[in-house]
Design a protein around this ligand. Structure first.
Ligand code: GLU
Length: 467
């Protein structure tokens, strides 16, 4: 299936071949989203994918399209863009741009991470906020959807510079968030250190110890056990359940996990503990192949402690490890692929290579890492495909567990928290699986997730009236 947006006479039109996926009522909505959000191609892509799944739902439940519900769903409730001035260690002043898109609060306060990366712009934050709305709905927890971040590049910055940036960012953000309003967390470029600095600044500015205002906190100041591990572990639990529908398990499977950040690290750790062999991981400069199985302690030391590059893994291990600069990690043959780096990192040619090399399943740890063409190739080849908004929901679900612990001033054990996470991932899997079956597309987890997430948000929006 060919997927492209064509700019025609001032309008974006969807290439004809895609229209069979989209109900008549939905095409003008998609066109309006494209017109109104010119140039925001990741946002168009995310909306296109969801609307492309809703044809059968609207046919069966025309009431979900009443009162411009879908138009409202595609327009964020609020978009905040702000200046973030900060001073580097040399005394030079930098100006970054900060964002918070409060997408949908039908199911609960806005909830979603903050991304610090030079590629961040309003279109990226909007795509992430839109995805987050459905992902959060799938968890079954009382959280709406939002996302934020900045085009700040943390790479090479000192700890003091990171702190000053986080403080400046929060100086503006604090007026827009709160435990009943909007609850940020981490994402790419934002981990425990940054959350600590931002929470510290929030506390200072507001004079309130409002732990539930942000998640991903350290254990000493209101964090939850298993939150750090949750996105990676959760993605593996989802894939485990998906494999089981075909009678497969992890034992002896060969896996490739892209990335080497928080999601990738805990995906590799859990895959390995369940009997798979993870042979490759990457960063934005290149990838490593370790046929003996990735040594996760070494990756953690390089990435979490030294904040170094994955190349150092090969330098440390010597000849047994191959480092490939600028290549594609998807050239490495595997049974299970878990893209856990960033959006659109896995394109159609990569998908074809993976299928040719005998792939059986894909579990997306990142948000929207596979392009629409790649997804079509996987699905047409009968590969089990778990989309990010379902498979990586364990992170935000555990954030909601953190909010729950903060609200009750409680702190659960690792085992308690992880077992809740596993239960949530299994129910998200089963919901997607059953929904796909119910709507006549068995095994299609993309439609299953989009439909199930949509139905929950739509039901709540209908109940709340035209707001
Ligand atoms: N950034 C993560 C995500 O994409 C986690 C968000 C959160 O915990 O609020 O879902």
């Amino acid at each position: 299936m060919i997927f492209s947006f064509i700019y025609n006479n001032g309008y974006f039109i969807v290439e004809e071949m895609m229209l069979d996926k989209i109900n008549d009522k939905l095409t003008p909505i998609l066109n309006q989203v494209m017109e109104r959000n010119t140039g925001e191609k990741e946002f168009h892509q995310a909306v296109h994918e969801v609307l492309g799944s809703l044809g059968h739902v609207i046919a069966r439940h025309p009431e979900y399209a009443d009162n411009a519900l879908i138009e409202r769903l595609c327009e964020p409730e609020r978009q905040i863009i702000f200046r973030v001035p900060w001073v580097d260690d040399q005394g030079d002043i930098h100006i970054n741009r900060g964002f918070r898109v409060q997408f949908n609060s039908a199911l609960g306060p806005y909830k979603g991470g903050l991304r610090f990366h030079p590629t961040v712009n309003v279109g990226i934050i909007k795509f992430l906020g839109f995805e987050q709305t459905f992902k959060n709905a799938l968890t079954g927890m009382p959280i709406g959807g939002g996302k934020g971040g900045s085009d700040f590049n943390p790479r090479g910055r000192t700890d003091r510079e990171i702190m000053r940036f986080c403080q400046s960012f929060m100086t503006e953000l604090q007026r827009h968030i709160g435990e009943y309003i909007d609850v940020p967390a981490g994402d790419i470029g934002v981990g425990g250190r940054e959350i600590g600095y931002m929470f510290g600044q929030f506390k200072r500015l507001t004079n309130r110890y409002e732990a539930g205002v942000i998640t991903g906190k350290g254990l000493l100041y209101g964090g939850s056990r298993a939150r750090t591990e949750a996105t990676g572990y959760g993605a593996v639990y989802f894939v485990e359940r998906m494999l089981a529908t075909k009678g497969y398990g992890f034992e002896g499977q060969r896996a490739v996990v892209s990335g080497s950040g928080n999601v990738a690290i805990y995906t590799i750790q859990k895959l390995t503990s369940l009997g798979a062999k993870v042979v490759a991981c990457s960063d934005s400069n290149g990838y490593i192949i370790d046929e003996g199985g990735i040594d996760i302690d070494l990756v953690r030391e390089i990435k979490e402690q030294r904040r170094g590059r994955i190349k150092e893994y090969a330098e440390h291990k010597g000849h047994s490890v191959k480092y490939v600069e600028n290549g594609s990690i998807w050239d490495v043959p595997c049974d299970i692929a878990m893209p856990s780096a960033t959006q659109n990192e896995l394109a159609s040619d990569n998908a074809r290579t993976l299928v040719k090399n005998g792939l059986i399943a894909v579990g997306e740890g990142a948000n929207m890492p596979s392009t629409p063409e790649a997804i079509d190739i996987f699905q047409e080849a009968g590969i089990l495909f778990a989309p990010g908004k379902a498979a990586n929901a364990g992170g935000v679900a555990t954030s909601a567990l953190e909010m729950q612990q903060n609200a009750s001033r409680d702190s659960w054990t690792f085992e308690e928290t992880e077992s809740r996470l596993a239960g949530i991932m299994h129910s998200i899997h089963d919901l997607c699986y059953e929904t796909a079956k119910e709507y006549g597309v068995p095994g299609d987890y993309v439609r299953g997730a989009n439909i199930a997430g949509f139905v929950r948000v739509a039901e709540a929006m209908r109940a709340l009236g035209i707001i």
